[in-house]
Design a protein around this ligand. Sequence first.
Ligand SMILES: Nc1ncnc2c1ncn2[C@@H]1O[C@H](COP(=O)(O)OP(=O)(O)OP(=O)(O)O)[C@@H](O)[C@H]1O
Ligand SMILES: [Mg+2]
Length: 328
Amino acid sequence: MNPDSPLMRIRELTVSYAVRRFPGFSQERLQAVRGVSLDLHSGRVFGLVGESGCGKTSLARAIIRLVKPDSGSVHYRDFDLSHADASRLRQARREIQYLFQDPLASLSPRRSIWQTLLEPLLHYRIGNPAGHRARVEQVLEQVDLLADILPRYPHELSGGQHQRVALARALLAEPSLIIADEPMSSLDVSVQARMLTLLRTVQKENGLAFLFISHNLAVVQQLATEVGVMYAGELVECGPVDALLHNPAHPYTRTLLDAVCKPGNAELSALPAGTPPSALHPISGCPFHNRCPHVMEHCKITHPHDNFLATATATGGKHIVRCHLWNS
Ligand SMILES: Nc1ncnc2c1ncn2[C@@H]1O[C@H](COP(=O)(O)OP(=O)(O)OP(=O)(O)O)[C@@H](O)[C@H]1O
Ligand SMILES: [Mg+2]
């Protein structure tokens, strides 16, 4: 593989769910992700932001086939994960580790921390059994935990410790890519800051690719090399972090940034006025047109396509916006 080529290429990924209509309980499809394309690179962090329900988790789960996408492709290294057989998928799942929003739910209550951390080494046959204890202790040190935690069970630990155990377990599988889905939202603010520093250190030390998902643009901008903004299932803008922060192109991205500049308002949940369209009943044209301060007549009718704005000279990252204001 060419060292400059992306570790993962996601193209036109679309995810929907069958849901029951009320009343009557007949089935209909809810469109959670609509035609999302992005690249993930080794040694870089792609920060994905967007309001609750915009499809971030559905996208992340579809990448590793925890949900089956309707269409689109995911290429990891030289594998096409969309058509990979079970053994390829198993290998990819070792290399692509997932940190969940609620770390406690991802830890088995009946396993001690030692058993939890040993599991990836045994499952993936990593290293020599005589060296397992030393390897586990080495990774515990990397995530700022002491070895005296090993005989304990998840209910005997704090929220910050759960998330660090989950991170240690992910690192023991020797991943190339970590998908971190709101990994800090269940932690208190002081613990969040420590976890953020830890994630940054671990990512750099291991040269990992990261897909970091958050509601909080202020957090994402501290960690990310590239940022993607999702709205109503679509990636409406993406590009190098500097381009997005200094030259935001999509009106939605601009409102998010304005909100971050207002103290105490870094969470996206209260933004902007109005509500996103329902995933069950999408609106015509641009999905943001009913909230957009720059709405034009054809925004209400025609769905916008991706417009290319610039390429970052340092990384080759492309700044792309899905908005009629930028139609060339
Ligand atoms: N298993 C499911 N079955 C049916 N609908 C689902 C399912 N999972 C998610 N959805 C719907 O898909 C849409 C996207 O949900 P998703 O969990 O991907 O959003 P999100 O951006 O991760 O939100 P949050 O920030 O709250 O975690 C929502 O409308 C949600 O109700
Ligand atoms: Mg989510």
